[in-house]
Design a protein around this ligand. Structure first.
Ligand SMILES: Cc1cc2nc3c(=O)[nH]c(=O)nc-3n(C[C@H](O)[C@H](O)[C@H](O)COP(=O)(O)O)c2cc1C
Length: 344
C-alpha cells in the first residue's frame, strides 16, 4: 500500500459529476489541498470505445496528487481497457463507482445497481486488477487495447497537460452505498472485502434514498469494523460539514478516512481552518472562472454560474447578486461585479 494511504487519517475530496472538474479541483488545491482527490466518474465503456470528450474529465495536474480516477459501467471488459488507460495516464489510484443512484446509470446495471449484482461486481474488480497488473508488467501497452487514433491523441494531450508523468502503481478501490432499497452491509461489505481492495469508501445512504435523509453513520461504523478485521482501510462519507466533524467522526465511527463532497461546493476553505472574507470569496470566484476559461477555452461560461451562486450564498446582498450572477457570460462581466460583491 502506498504511504499516502496508510500514513495518517485521510480527509479527501469526494467525486462529484458535473462539479469536481479540473478547474474546480485546481481551485480547491489553490485554497487548501485535500489529502486525496477523486475525479468525477467517467464511463469505462465510453473511454474504451472512443469517447474522446470524456477525457476532459480525466485531466489532472501534478499538484493534485494523490489523484484517483473514478470509472463506472457494467461490462468487465471495458473496465479492463479503462484500467490500462488510467494506469497509462499516471493516476495514483483507480476507483470503481458502485454507488451512483442516478437512473441514467442504474437502469443499465451500473453504479449502485451493482450492489445487487455481486457476481458482476466481482468480475469488474478482477478486470480492473488484471488491467493494472498487465499494464505494470508490460504485458499490455496503451497501443494493444484497440484504441483508435483520436483516443490515442487525446491521451497524449492529457499526458502533456499532466506534465508527462511516469505511470504509478495505482491503488484499486470501490466507492459504494449501504444497500439498494435497504441496508445490506452484512452481505455486501464482506463480499467486497474478499477482493483485497486497497481501500473502500462507504456513503451511508441506500440507492433508494438518493441524497435524502441522513447518512447512516452507525452502518458505516459496523462496516468499518468488518473492514478493520479484513485489514482494508475504509473511508466514511455523507453529510460532513467541516474538518472538526470529519476528525470527530473518524474517531467515533472507526473509519480510516472521510470524503467531503457537497459541503466543499462554494466553500473550498472547508479543507482549511480559515474563515473566508468577502474579498477571499470574490478573488476565488475570479480564480475559478479564470481556470475554467484557461482549461476549457472553447466552452460556454454557463457551468460556472452554479459555482458563483454557491460562493455568494450567505452574502448580505445575496438576492440582488444572484439575479446578476445567473446571467454572467464572461470574465469581464464577473470582474465588473467586484464593488457590489465587496460592499455590505
Ligand atoms: C452533484 C453530485 C455529483 C456526484 N457525482 C459522483 C460521482 O461522480 N461519483 C461518486 O462516486 N459519487 C458522486 N457523488 C456522491 C458524492 O461523492 C458523495 O458520496 C455524496 O455527495 C455524499 O457526500 P457529501 O454529503 O459529503 O456530499 C455525487 C454527488 C453529487 C451531489
Amino acid at each position: 500500500m502506498p504511504k499516502w494511504l496508510t500514513d495518517k487519517f485521510i480527509i479527501g475530496l469526494a467525486p462529484m459529476d458535473g462539479v469536481t472538474d479540473e478547474p474546480y479541483r485546481q481551485t480547491q488545491c489553490f485554497v487548501g489541498k485535500p489529502d486525496v482527490i477523486i475525479t468525477e466518474f467517467v464511463s469505462a465503456e465510453g473511454i474504451s470505445r472512443g469517447g474522446v470528450q470524456l477525457y476532459d474529465e480525466l485531466l489532472y495536474g501534478e499538484n493534485e496528487r494523490p489523484i484517483i480516477g473514478q470509472i463506472f459501467g457494467k461490462e468487465p471488459e471495458s473496465f479492463y481497457t479503462a484500467a490500462i488507460i488510467l494506469s497509462h495516464l499516471g493516476f495514483d489510484g483507480i476507483d470503481i463507482n458502485m454507488g451512483c443512484p442516478a437512473k441514467t446509470v442504474t437502469q443499465h446495471g451500473s453504479g449502485a445497481a451493482l450492489i445487487d449484482k455481486p457476481e458482476v461486481a466481482s468480475d469488474i474488480i478482477k478486470s480492473v486488477r488484471q488491467g493494472i497488473d498487465d499494464y505494470r508488467s508490460g504485458k499490455k501497452t496503451i497501443n494493444d487495447i484497440g484504441l483508435k487514433n483520436p483516443s490515442l491523441e487525446v491521451i497524449k494531450r492529457n499526458l502533456k497537460y499532466s506534465g508527462n508523468p511516469e505511470p504509478k502503481n495505482p491503488t484499486l478501490s470501490v466507492k459504494t452505498r449501504v444497500g439498494t432499497s435497504q441496508n445490506s452491509i452484512d452481505r455486501w461489505i464482506p463480499h467486497l472485502l474478499k477482493h483485497n481492495l486497497d481501500f473502500m469508501t462507504l456513503h451511508g445512504r441506500t440507492l433508494k434514498q438518493g441524497y435524502s435523509g441522513l447518512a447512516d453513520w452507525d452502518a458505516i461504523k459496523i462496516a468499518a469494523s468488518m473492514a478493520k478485521d479484513a485489514h482494508t482501510p475504509l473511508w466514511g462519507n455523507g453529510d460532513i460539514q467541516n474538518l472538526t466533524q470529519a476528525r470527530e467522526y473518524g474517531e467515533k465511527y472507526g473509519v480510516t478516512g472521510i470524503l467531503i463532497g457537497r459541503a466543499s461546493m462554494g466553500n473550498p476553505w472547508i479543507f482549511t481552518d480559515k474563515i473566508p472574507t468577502l474579498r477571499d470569496k470574490f478573488s476565488l470566484m475570479c480564480y475559478h472562472a479564470q481556470k475554467f476559461t484557461e482549461i476549457f477555452p472553447e466552452r460556454q461560461f454557463d457551468p460556472m454560474r452554479k459555482h458563483f451562486l454557491l460562493y455568494a450564498s450567505g452574502h448580505p446582498h445575496a438576492k440582488n447578486l444572484r439575479a446578476k450572477l445567473v446571467h454572467l457570460s464572461s470574465l469581464d462581466q464577473l470582474y465588473a461585479l467586484e464593488e457590489e460583491f465587496l460592499s455590505c
